[in-house]
Design a protein around this ligand. Sequence first.
Ligand SMILES: *[C@@H]1O[C@H](CO)[C@@H](O)[C@H](O)[C@H]1NC(C)=O
Ligand SMILES: *[C@@H]1O[C@H](CO)[C@@H](O)[C@H](O)[C@H]1NC(C)=O
Ligand SMILES: *[C@@H]1O[C@H](CO)[C@@H](O)[C@H](O)[C@H]1NC(C)=O
Ligand SMILES: *[C@@H]1O[C@H](CO)[C@@H](O)[C@H](O)[C@H]1NC(C)=O
Ligand SMILES: *[C@@H]1O[C@H](CO)[C@@H](O)[C@H](O)[C@H]1NC(C)=O
Ligand SMILES: *[C@@H]1O[C@H](CO)[C@@H](O)[C@H](O)[C@H]1NC(C)=O
Ligand SMILES: *[C@@H]1O[C@H](CO)[C@@H](O)[C@H](O)[C@H]1NC(C)=O
Ligand SMILES: *[C@@H]1O[C@H](CO)[C@@H](O)[C@H](O)[C@H]1NC(C)=O
Length: 764
Amino acid sequence: MIKGLPLIFLSWFLFTHHASAQRSTYIIHMDKSSKPMAFPSCHHWYSSTLHSIKSINPTSSDGHYPPSRLIHTYDNAFHGFSVVLSKDELEALKESPGFISAYNDGPVTPDTTHTYKFLSLNTASGIWPASQYGKDVVIGVVDSGIWPESQSFRDEGMTEIPARWKGICQVGQDFNSSMCNKKIIGARFFNNGVLANNPDVTISMNSTRDTFGHGTHVASIAAGSAVENVSFFGYAPGTARGVAPRARLAIYKVLWDEGSYESDALAGIDQAVADGVDILSISLSYRTIDLYENPIAIAAFGAMEKGILVSVSAGNRGPNFATVLEGIPWAVIVASGTVDRWFAGDLMLGNGLTITGWTMFPARATVRNLPLYYNETLSACNSTELLAEAPSAIIICVQSFETAEFSDQISYVSQSNARAAIFISEESSILRSTDFPYPGVVINPEEAKPVIRYASNNSEATASISFQQTILGLDPRPAPTVAESSSRGPARSYPGILKPDIMAPGVLILAAYNPDASVASIGSNVGLSSDYNLESGTSMACPHISGIAALIKAVHPEWTPAAIRSAMMTTANPLDNTRKPIKDQARFFDNDVATPLDMGAGQVDPNRALDPGLIYDVTPQEYVNLICALNYTREQTQSIIRSRSHNCSNPSTDLNYPAFVALYDPTEERTTLTQRFQRTVTNVGTGAATYRVKVKKPKASVVTVSPETLVFQKKNEKQRFSLTIRYKTYEEYVINHGSITWVEEKGKHTVRSPIVVTPAEPSG
Ligand SMILES: *[C@@H]1O[C@H](CO)[C@@H](O)[C@H](O)[C@H]1NC(C)=O
Ligand SMILES: *[C@@H]1O[C@H](CO)[C@@H](O)[C@H](O)[C@H]1NC(C)=O
Ligand SMILES: *[C@@H]1O[C@H](CO)[C@@H](O)[C@H](O)[C@H]1NC(C)=O
Ligand SMILES: *[C@@H]1O[C@H](CO)[C@@H](O)[C@H](O)[C@H]1NC(C)=O
Ligand SMILES: *[C@@H]1O[C@H](CO)[C@@H](O)[C@H](O)[C@H]1NC(C)=O
Ligand SMILES: *[C@@H]1O[C@H](CO)[C@@H](O)[C@H](O)[C@H]1NC(C)=O
Ligand SMILES: *[C@@H]1O[C@H](CO)[C@@H](O)[C@H](O)[C@H]1NC(C)=O
Ligand SMILES: *[C@@H]1O[C@H](CO)[C@@H](O)[C@H](O)[C@H]1NC(C)=O
C-alpha cells in the first residue's frame, strides 16, 4: 500500500501537470453586447481579456500575453477569436465577462473524392440572359485558393467593380495585385491556424495561389468565364464555362498543403461577410458535430442574417443513412449526381464486332490489328510473375472476387509485355475512374462473352482499340442518378429538417485546375498535367448551386437566402432524363429510386428556379425560434445566435421549409404517427393567382392539406396552409416518401415539396 502510494501520486501529478501545461488552439465565442464601453473595438476587448487571464495565471512567466498567440479575431459572421491556450488558461477565460463558449480547433478537409473521378456537365442556359449571366453578383469561395492565370478567370467584357465591394487583393508569394481583375475581385489567405497548430511548419506557398487545384476547380465551376476547346487529354472536349459566367469571384484560401484548420476557415468566412460577398460557396467538411459546435453552421448563421446565401457540400460519406455532415437549417446543403456523359473507347474485333467500353487512357495510343489473346489462368492478371509470360498482344483480364482490384490489375499489366488489355468487370466505380495509366477498355461480363469466344476459338484473332471518345445521351444509364458517395440525410444535428436540400452535378466535372499538378499518369512513373481536370464529389456539386443562386440573386436582388433556396427546391426535378424517378447509384441494381434523404427535392433546374410562383420564406427570427426549440443549453444557443438578448419566447421546430419531414420511433412494435405542419407561402408570380393542391402520399400514410385551394389577389400576398401526416405501419426502419404540389390554375407554375416519413436514427 504505502510503497505504491508515491508512484500513484507521481503519475497523477505528471498527468495533471501535463494536462494544464499542454496548449491547444481554441475558437472562442463571445457576447459582443457584454463589451465594456471603454474598449474602442472588440479586438481591444479580447486582447485585454486574454491579458487578464494571463496575469492571474501563475504558470505564465512574464505575465504578458504574447500577441502572436491570438490567431484570428472574428467580428462579422460571429463574434470571438481563436487563440492558443493551456487548459488552466481556458478555465480562467470561461470566468471572463462575455464568454459564451469554446471549442477545439479541428482539421478540415475538402470534399473531393480522389478515388472516384467522375464527370458532369452544366446545361443551365435560359436563366443566363435574364440574369445577364449573374452580372455583378459576388461569389465568395472559401477553399484552397486560385490559379489566377487560368483562362477561366479572364475578365474580357466585364464591367467595372461595383463601388460597394470592400475586399482586397492581398499580395503574397507568387501573387501580386495584378493577379486580380474584374473577375477575381478579391483574394486573401488565412494560415495563422496552421502555424499555431504546427509551429515548426514552413508554408510552401504563402499566398492565395492554389497549389492543390481544388479551389481553382470549384471557383471556375461557379463563375468561370467561357474558354473554348478545352478537354481532359481529349476527353470531354468543348467549351468550359462556369454556371454564372458574369459573376465575380472573391477567393479566401484556407486549405493548405501543410494542413487545414477550422480557425482559418472561420477567418475566411468572416472576412468574406465583411467584404460584402452575396453568395458563399463552401466545399469543405468538418467533423460531424452539433450545430452549436460546427464552425460553418455558426458562421453561416451570421452570413444568413446579412442576406448572404451559403451553399455547402453535403460530404462524400455516402451511401449510408445519416451521413450528411453539414445539417445546417439556414444553409443550402448540396448532394451530388451524375450526368448523361461518359468516356469511351471502341473495341473492334477482327470478326467485325464492335463494343464500346469505358476508358480514360490519357493519350491517343495506337492499338491497331494486334493479336488478341485469351488464357483463363492468365486472365486473373493478379501478379507480375503470372504476367511475365504474357504475349505481346491485347490480353483479356477478368475481375472477380478472388483476382485483384482493377487498379492492381492495370498496374501489373502495365509492367508486362502485353500491348493493351480488355478488362472485364461490372464494378460501377471503375466505370467512372479517371485513373487509367495503361491502354485498355473496360467492358461488362455480358459484353465479354463473344469476345472470349472469338479469342479462344481463333488462333489468328485480332482486335483494335480507339481512345478519347465522349458519349452524350442516355447510354449507358439514365441521368442524373444520385452519386454513390454523396452523403445522405437525415442530419444528425436535427433530423426534422430535410438535408441535403437539393442535388446538382458532381460527377466527373471538367473545370480549371492548377496546371502544375499531376492529374493523370501513364505507366507507373509518368505524371501528366492539364489546365482542365475532371473531378467528382459534392465539392463539385456545391459550386453549381452557388452559381445558380448568383443567377437568381441577379434577377431578384431583394430575395432572402431562404427565398432563393425555396425557389431552387420547389422547382427541382425528381425525374431523370427517361422521365422516371431519379435512381440512387448505390442501389442501382435493386432498381431502387432515390428518396429525398438522398437528393433533397431533386435535381436543380435553374431555368424554372427563376420563376417559382410561390416561395416559402424564413426570417432570421424564425431560425432563432427553431434553435430555441432544440433543447440546447443557454450557452449552446448563444454560440449560434451570438447574443444574450435573443428572443426565445416562441420556440418551434416547425420551420417554414419547402419540405416536410415526419420522424418516427422505429423501436416501437407498431409505428403510428400524426404530425401537423404549418406553412406560409408568398406569391412571387406576376399578379392574382389560384393554386390547387395535388398530393402524392407516402406509403402507409394519409396526408391532408387545408385549405386545398389558395387564392392570391396580388403579388407578394401571403397565404397559410396546414398539412397533416397520419402514418401507421408494422415495418421497421423504412423510409417512405411522397410530395405535395401547388398547381396554378390557368398558369404555368407548379410548386413541389417533398414529404418524407423516416426514422430519426439509423437501425442497429
Ligand atoms: C505570409 O505572408 C504574410 C503577408 O505577406 C506575412 O505577414 C507572413 O509573415 C508570411 N508568413 C510566412 C510563414 O511566411
Ligand atoms: C505582377 O507579376 C507579374 C508576373 O510576374 C508582372 O508581369 C507584373 O508586372 C506584376 N505586377 C505588379 C504590380 O508588380
Ligand atoms: C476551337 O476549335 C475550332 C475547331 O477546331 C476552331 O475553329 C476554333 O478557332 C478554335 N478556337 C480557339 C479559341 O482556339
Ligand atoms: C496460360 O497461361 C499460363 C501462364 O502464362 C501458362 O502457364 C499456360 O500454359 C497457358 N495455357 C495455355 C493453354 O496456353
Ligand atoms: C490469382 O488468382 C487466382 C484465381 O484466379 C488464384 O488462384 C491465385 O492464388 C491468385 N494469385 C495471387 C498472387 O493472388
Ligand atoms: C468454340 O467454338 C465451338 C464451335 O463453334 C463452340 O462450341 C465452343 O463453345 C467455342 N468455345 C468457346 C470457349 O466459346
Ligand atoms: C425537447 O425536449 C422536450 C421535452 O423533453 C421534448 O418533448 C422535445 O421533443 C425535445 N425537442 C427536440 C427537438 O429534441
Ligand atoms: C419576442 O417575439 C415575440 C413574437 O415571436 C414578440 O411578441 C415579443 O414582443 C418579442 N419580445 C421581445 C423582447 O422582443
